[in-house]
Design a protein around this ligand. Structure first.
Ligand code: PHE
Ligand code: NA
Length: 450
């Protein structure tokens, strides 16, 4: 169904919108990124700060994105131009488009790894119980030159294909089936993982904060970045999805459902991965490969492991696609409007460029493994750091200030569906104060200013 006045897409139902937003949120961020960042940042303190960031910063900004999108009915740049013509707020939109390019470029690499493991489980390849164990297999695979690039390109082709036919047709239905399946599987695997003998260590790692690390500003920045990344926040993915929403739907309920689901997914993933990490003697801080080493260990120890492994990596790949689609859609929606490109043309050209940008991130583990960009971070990790820890929070800061300060307060509250209630006023207050101030303090302290 298209909007008669503008020819823009519209979600088929309120459920369709929520499912799409959930599909964007739930992805590699909950499982791959959450596990390795929590593992590197010491567990409990990180989890606590992550949850605080979600409540105090994430939910209010997520509501701000939904509200901007639905009111403006345009892409991430056009939304600011519509709501605040002749002002510099549209720069926020460009930051978002840039974030989409960077994030999807490396997201495709990791999604490619997930695809590869899926097919390994289907075909019974050496990833499953091969000699040398899951760690040596992962190292051999992801440091090679061509194979990861091929899987990355397959992921990009599928993502482009869905954006090409239109997001609504592409994902509304599949999300309804695949996401609950992934949830069930993660719960089952968490239950199993907790029996492997590492439960106690894992629970104390995840849930008892080490208070001394509260003095480390990097843990705050890691938690902030993870909150933005996992919620698909700060770059306009949810502005773009909100723009396909009709005015009948209620935003606050949708916002709370998306945030709750995404956070539960992350915590469950933690309960699935860390008990096994400790049980099998892996290192929690072993970086981006953590889940690709630990999960095969879990599956190898299960009698129906191949079935579980196949299903798990299939569903993880599907979750990665619905997130990738939302990333690509941000850029595609912008290019369609700005340059009057067709959806098909924009999807292919932009998706192709993003694939090319992602190639160095993949090669950074093999042919380019001597390259470090930010500190001692490899290329993928550096891209991730720039986008997730800097661009997304900065975008979020600007979005918060736009709704809190730049926009007329009464209009913003009305557009949000909060109405003239205390919650509506509290929301604006948070967007004016707590959210931007917290982001700023975390930024400044992480560059050593405090
Ligand atoms: N939220 C997605 C995930 O957790 C990733 C993503 C980030 C998607 C930003 C869209 C925008 O995997
Ligand atoms: Na997520």
């Amino acid at each position: 169904m298209n909007d008669l006045n503008t020819g823009r897409e519209q979600w088929g139902s309120r459920l369709g919108f929520i499912l799409a937003a959930m599909g964007s949120a739930v992805g590699l961020g909950n499982i791959w990124r959450f596990a390795y960042v929590a593992g590197e940042s010491g567990g409990g303190t990180f989890l606590l700060l992550y949850i605080l960031c979600i409540i105090a910063i994430g939910i209010p900004i997520l509501m701000a994105e939904f509200t901007i999108g639905r009111r403006a009915k345009s892409d991430v740049v056009g939304s600011f131009e519509t709501l605040a013509p002749g002002t510099p707020w549209f720069v926020t939109g460009f930051l978002g488009v840039a974030s989409a390019f960077i994030i999807l470029s490396f997201y495709g690499v990791v999604a490619g790894w997930a695809f590869h493991y899926f097919i390994q489980y289907v075909l019974g390849g050496p990833a499953i119980g091969g000699e040398g164990g899951s760690e040596s297999y992962f190292i051999e695979f992801h440091t090679s030159t061509y194979s990861p690039l091929i899987w990355q390109s397959i992921f990009m082709i599928l993502t482009i294909g869905i954006v090409y036919v239109g997001v609504k047709k592409g994902i509304e239905k599949s999300n309804k089936i695949l996401m609950p399946l992934l949830a069930i599987l993660v719960i089952l695997l968490a239950g199993y993982s907790l029996t492997l003998g590492g439960a106690q260590e894992a629970l104390s790692f995840l849930f008892s904060p080490d208070w001394s690390s509260l003095r480390d500003p990097n843990v705050y920045l890691a938690a902030l970045g993870q909150a933005f990344f996992s919620l698909s926040l700060g770059m306009g993915a949810l502005i773009t999805y909100g723009s396909y929403l009709s005015s009948k739907d209620k935003l606050p309920g949708a916002a709370v459902s998306v945030v709750t689901l995404d956070t539960l997914f992350a915590i469950l993933a933690g309960l699935m991965i860390f008990p096994a990490v400790f049980a099998f003697g892996n290192a929690p801080n072993s970086g981006p490969g953590l889940v690709f080493i630990t999960l095969p260990d879990i599956f190898n120890s299960l009698s129906l492991g191949v079935v579980f492994g196949t299903l798990f990596f299939f569903l993880l790949s599907a979750a990665a696609i619905s997130s990738g689609v939302s990333l690509l859609e941000v850029a595609v929606a912008y290019f369609m409007r700005k340059f009057s490109w067709s959806r098909k043309k924009a999807a292919i050209i932009i998706g192709g460029i993003i694939f090319l940008i992602g190639i160095p991130s993949s090669l950074g583990y093999g042919a380019l493994n001597h390259v470090t960009l930010i500190g001692d971070r490899d290329i993928l990790d550096s891209m991730d750091f720039i986008a997730s820890n800097i661009f997304l929070p900065l975008g979020g800061l600007l979005i918060a200030l736009f709704v809190g300060v730049g926009w007329n307060k009464a209009e913003a509250i009305e557009a949000s569906d909060f109405g003239n209630t205390w919650i509506g006023h509290a929301w604006i207050l948070i967007l004016r104060t707590i959210a931007p101030v917290a982001i700023l303090i975390i930024f400044l302290s992480s560059i050593g200013l405090f």
